[in-house]
Design a binder for this molecule. Structure first.
Ligand SMILES: Nc1ncnc2c1ncn2[C@@H]1O[C@H](COP(=O)(O)OP(=O)(O)O)[C@@H](O)[C@H]1O
Ligand SMILES: [Mg+2]
Length: 179
């Protein structure tokens, strides 16, 4: 196994800016955009440094790589990643739930989260939207949700991908006015 160069200070700084923005940079809660040449370590940094740091600070983190399967549409990949996290959150023994209990002192009476919609129908016609689903997560976790989309430029190549970006923006706008 090759040695991975860690960037804990950068991870702590970015996590802090996302989760605890100062009064002058509230806008940063809307998101950070990380760009750079291919194979310069962006994905490695996200997975080995930033995601663990965000989780250690109590955030629910959803990571999705739009290049993980190029035969599958970006929207399908994002909805699947969100659904996986929601499924973890309704499962009492899951790792994310255990972390939230420990870090945020959530008392769920031995149960998991309960959502007022069918997980399987998330993103489908008549099912819950990303905005509804993520708002419920924020309310029940009483904390932040961070969605990380790797290779996000892939989403602008199709009409469906652009709809997805609009749905993400709607979710962000629904959530950010909340405490
Ligand atoms: N922090 C690191 N320490 C050691 N090797 C790294 C590090 N970051 C990246 N690499 C190496 O570089 C390759 C490309 O990194 P990757 O994170 O996939 O880049 P990007 O997402 O920017 O295209 C990885 O497969 C890994 O071998
Ligand atoms: Mg990458």
């Amino acid at each position: 196994m090759a040695v991975v160069f860690r960037r804990p200070r950068l991870a702590a700084e970015l996590a802090g800016r996302l989760l605890h923005p100062g009064v002058l940079d509230e806008g940063l809660r809307s998101g950070l955009f990380l760009s750079g040449l291919r194979r310069t370590g962006k994905t490695t940094f996200l997975l080995t440094d930033l995601v663990p740091e965000l989780e250690a600070q109590g955030a629910v983190v959803i990571y999705v790589d739009l290049w993980s399967d190029i035969k599958v549409s970006p929207a399908t990949l994002v909805y699947a990643a969100v659904r996986r996290m929601l499924t973890d959150l309704v499962t009492p023994a899951s790792t994310p739930l255990a972390r939230l209990r420990r870090l945020r002192g959530l008392d769920l009476g031995g149960l998991g989260f309960r959502f007022g919609f069918q997980l399987e129908q998330l993103g489908e016609t008549g099912g819950a939207t990303l905005a509804q689903a993520l708002t419920e997560v924020v309310d029940q976790a009483r904390g932040d949700v961070v969605l990380i989309v790797d290779e996000v430029q892939q989403a602008i190549t199709t009409e469906e991908g652009q709809q997805l970006l609009l749905a993400l923006k709607a979710a962000r706008d629904a959530i950010n006015p909340r405490p």
